[in-house]
Design a protein around this ligand. Structure first.
Ligand code: FES
Length: 103
């Protein structure tokens, strides 16, 4: 299923979890938006964006993931966060297309 949100609805470098079912997004610039699954790859807790550290944080066992790539920074997780493919269209709408196949 595809979901959509207008780009202007996402502040730069903001965590915006409401637009994607079980997903999170991060707007990096006017043109770049990334999205990840909220599910931690360790034991499945929900991760949250920490703006001060610019990372995704899992409070269950202190796992941390890079905000822009989803790669593991520290803690027990061994795999990166699941990437969700998004597409920014000419009209400014951002569509979540589904889970990336590369994870
Ligand atoms: S469930 Fe996230 S670090 Fe353990």
């Amino acid at each position: 299923m595809m979901h959509e949100v207008h780009r202007e609805a996402i502040p730069a470098r903001a965590h915006w979890s409401r637009i994607l079912h079980k997903g999170q997004t991060l707007r990096i610039s006017d043109t770049e938006v990334v999205a990840f699954s909220q599910k931690c790859t360790h034991l499945g807790c929900v991760v949250y964006y920490e703006a001060d550290e610019h990372r995704w944080h899992c409070p269950c066992h202190e796992g941390n993931f890079d905000a822009e790539t989803g790669d593991v920074i520290s803690g027990p997780p061994l795999r990166p966060l699941g990437r969700i493919d998004v597409e920014t269209r000419d009209d400014g709408m951002i569509w979540a297309l589904g889970r990336s196949q590369e994870t």
